[in-house]
Design a protein around this ligand. Structure first.
Ligand SMILES: [Cu+2]
Length: 287
């Protein structure tokens, strides 16, 4: 091991220790891609669990179809080889087989369509959401509004690499933001999404099973319910322009208490807190 490398590791240990001591990372980093990851990320929401089980069902169906078609192909090559059939058959059709190869694929498609539509409707609308977050895709950053908490706004921009190293070294490169969207764990949150400017964006967090295309002038809906606290990451998934690759999505999932405190803090900062809560009672400017 070279001296440089030892120094690098030592540096990382010190930074990690400082981070822990300062409580900079109260939540663990959970939803992040890993090297050599080959499959889906783990499912962090009920929707993603269902996405994965539909995928597993489809995998079984397509594997069986592939094996069956390969078997037919090999059988036909062997059974109808010229050497075995010196005189060609004059068969033109077989009604039973023709009906079978029409009806069987229809049945397979119906078997696929039923769970597929169920999942589509399940992920479409939140039943009994605790509150709503409005996600807006800007050129090129995200804003999160909390209309049920006084409609304060969180602007979420990518941290330039130099700042990330200084401020949030534990965060993954190109995914770290200055301010994350914050949600409480184990709570159903309705996500409505739109965009401003002249571009569509995609609010996508793979482990949440959500991929909402957000469009100027329209509202699209989805929902999340994340079981465990932690940081989760995603990226804009519509090619939206110049800085498409630099508008990551970072979600911090916290306990309900921490969420309530965070909301109070945000409301105060936005001049939305009730006057009795504010030490110096001044009229909020231009609200
Ligand atoms: Cu975008």
């Amino acid at each position: 091991m070279s001296g440089k490398r030892v120094l690098g590791i030592l540096g990382m240990v010190v930074i990690a220790a400082l981070g822990l001591a300062g409580g900079a990372l109260a939540q663990p980093i959970v939803g992040v891609p890993h090297d050599w990851q080959m499959n889906f990320p783990p499912a962090y929401t009920p929707v993603m669990e269902k996405v994965e089980s539909l995928n597993d069902l489809l995998l079984v169906i397509i594997s069986l179809i592939c094996v069956f078609v390969l078997g037919l192909l090999l059988y036909a090559m062997w059974r109808f080889h010229a050497a075995r059939n010196p005189v060609a058959t004059t068969t033109t059709h077989n009604t039973v087989i023709e009906i079978a190869w029409t009806v069987v694929p229809i049945l397979i498609l119906v078997v696929i369509a039923i769970p597929s539509f169920r999942l589509l409707y399940y992920s479409d609308k939140a039943v009994d959401a605790a509150f709503t977050i409005k996600v807006t895709g800007n050129q090129w950053y995200w804003t999160y509004n909390y209309p049920d908490h006084g409609d304060f706004t969180v602007e979420s921009r990518i941290l330039p690499e130099a700042d990330r190293v200084k401020q949030k070294p534990q965060m993954p490169r190109l995914l770290a933001v200055d301010e994350e969207m914050v949600v409480p764990a184990g709570t159903t949150v309705r996500i409505i999404g739109t965009a401003v400017g002249n571009a569509m964006h995609g609010w996508t967090v793979p482990g949440f099973g959500i991929k909402k295309t957000v469009i100027p002038g329209r509202l699209n809906e989805g929902w999340i319910n994340v079981k465990e606290e932690g940081f989760y990451f995603g990226q804009c998934s519509q090619i939206c322009g110049d800085n498409h690759s630099f508008m990551p999505i970072a979600v911090r999932v916290v306990s309900k208490d921490v969420f309530d405190k965070w909301v109070e803090q945000k409301k105060k900062a936005a001049g939305l807190a009730p006057a009795t809560d504010v030490a110096s009672v001044t009229a909020p400017a231009n609200r």
